[in-house]
Design a protein. Structure first.
Length: 254
């Protein structure tokens, strides 16, 4: 039984929310780092990011140009479209956020979504999903974005803790008969059936449906979910080692 007098996070949700709010202080003068709303996205995609001025200085920590300078260092030599996309995300993480950044972010995914989904590293795919969750135009964009970033964040959290064991993340644990049933889960939850359960399938199917339903979210959703489908180094890959061959076939036939 959990000790309800001992919080996992000292200060409880007051401290958790204060931590989030400190990260949401808006940047100053965002218009100085955003291109015009009708910018040629194809031209951005073909323009390499120049190396930033190493002597640049900024008077305020929240100066949008300071963030842009930092992103320039990350994206030097890469597509300027990726830099502008990252800057939009950075601006949209703050509250209040500029409407121009939201419009440009959605336009980039509407017109260049396939290229972004194909070329962006996973870190920025997750950030894109988070931004859809907060600023999407449709219910599928918001729910799908939220589901995708939570999926990846929880995989990262779970598998980062697991690798403390030094066991490769594509290797399942050996079963110890039925002894694991004696180890309780949090909150008194019943255990998931590793051999026959379908929780993992249903979770992925619901996210795939959101991506199918929305043309703007679709490239991002398909890319992120196909990574989960084919990479064996996450809980979704490892869990297949426990399933019986018959249970896999039964689900296909359903």
């Amino acid at each position: 039984m959990a000790d309800l007098d001992q919080e996992n996070y000292p200060g409880g949700f007051y401290s958790v929310m204060r931590h989030l709010e400190r990260k949401e202080v808006p940047y100053r003068d965002p218009q100085r780092v955003l291109p015009p709303p009708d910018v040629d996205l194809s031209e951005l995609a073909q323009t390499p990011v120049e190396k930033p001025d190493p002597d640049a200085s900024f008077d305020h920590k929240q100066d949008a140009r300071r963030k842009y300078h930092a992103l320039q260092q990350e994206f030097t030599g890469q597509s300027l479209l990726h830099l502008v996309h990252a800057m939009c995300i950075a601006l949209l993480r703050r509250h209040p956020s500029p409407a121009e950044a939201r419009a440009l972010f959605l336009r980039m995914w509407r017109e260049k979504g396939s290229e972004l989904a194909r070329d962006l590293p996973v870190r920025w795919l997750i950030s894109s999903a988070t931004t859809f969750a907060d600023h999407g135009e449709t219910l599928d964009q918001r729910l799908g974005g939220q589901g995708l970033y939570l999926l990846y964040d929880l995989i990262k959290l779970h598998d980062s803790e697991r690798r403390v064991s030094l066991r490769p993340n594509d290797q399942a644990f050996e079963t110890q008969g039925e002894k694991h049933h004696d180890v309780p889960l949090a909150f008194g939850m019943a255990g998931y059936s590793l051999r026959n359960g379908d929780l993992d399938r249903n979770l992925l199917a619901r996210l795939w449906r959101h991506a199918e339903n929305d043309a703007v979210l679709r490239p991002l959703g398909y890319r992120m979910l196909k990574l989960v489908m084919y990479d064996p180094r996450s809980i979704f890959g490892r869990i297949q080692h426990y399933k019986t061959r018959q249970s896999l076939l039964d689900h296909i036939d359903d």
